[in-house]
Design a protein around this ligand. Structure first.
Ligand code: FE
Length: 206
């Protein structure tokens, strides 16, 4: 079982080489141009990414009514923020927010593959697609969170949300104490992608 999922130590270099070869071949065949990949990458650097999720979370922290709407109808609430193109398309159609609360900690996974709310979190990190992470996070989420450095005490319920083509979850983490004086933009700067996946908490500004 372990061997089945073992990665070669140079997996990143291998993946990069494969991508470069594929890109060159697709350009040679005239399927894409030499600009296509850069355009797509630029999209995920400037339009779709965790900076959107951070703005959404910060708004939820300062506006409880927005937070309630966000949990009740996530795409409609996000549309209120005017975050620009892409919020509704490309894997954004079925986004659902779940909010951490005292006594409840949420974790998002995709046991089948790597479904993820692209518009608000960007592309998933490598480990999110790891078969071992996917199966273990469903089976023993507390142990996995512990390995992320996030110990959840036993009086707090851990809820695991399994994303799919129908529903793509993200977490609204709790606002850290001591952030009362911060602006919405300053709050957004505290919100990490990991906190919106549920593998970390938001830390107060140093
Ligand atoms: Fe998936």
């Amino acid at each position: 079982m372990d061997d089945q999922f073992k990665y070669p130590p140079n997996r990143e270099a291998q993946s990069a080489a494969r991508v470069r070869a594929l890109e060159a071949l697709l350009i040679e065949k005239g399927v894409i141009t030499d600009k296509t990949v850069d355009t797509v990458l630029g999209y995920f650097e400037t339009k779709m990414g965790p900076f959107n999720g951070a703005k959404i979370v910060a708004r939820a922290w300062v506006d409880p009514d927005f937070k309630a709407r966000l949990v009740a109808d996530t795409p409609a609430a996000i549309a209120e923020l005017g975050l620009g193109e892409g919020m509704a398309g490309a894997e954004g159609e079925h986004m659902r927010a779940v909010a951490n609360a005292p006594g409840v900690h949420n974790l998002i996974i995709c046991t089948l593959c790597s479904c993820y709310p692209w518009p608000v979190l960007g592309l998933p990190p490598y480990w999110y697609k790891d078969p071992t992470f996917r199966s273990r996070a469903a089976r023993e989420p507390r142990a996995v969170l512990e390995e992320f450095g996030l110990g959840i005490s036993t009086d707090i319920e851990v809820k695991v949300w399994d994303s799919s083509a129908q529903i793509r979850w993200f977490v609204v983490p709790e606002r850290p104490a001591g952030t009362e004086g911060l602006s919405e933009a300053e709050l957004a700067a505290l919100v990490s992608p990991e906190s919106m996946m549920g593998v970390a908490l938001v830390q107060p500004a140093a």
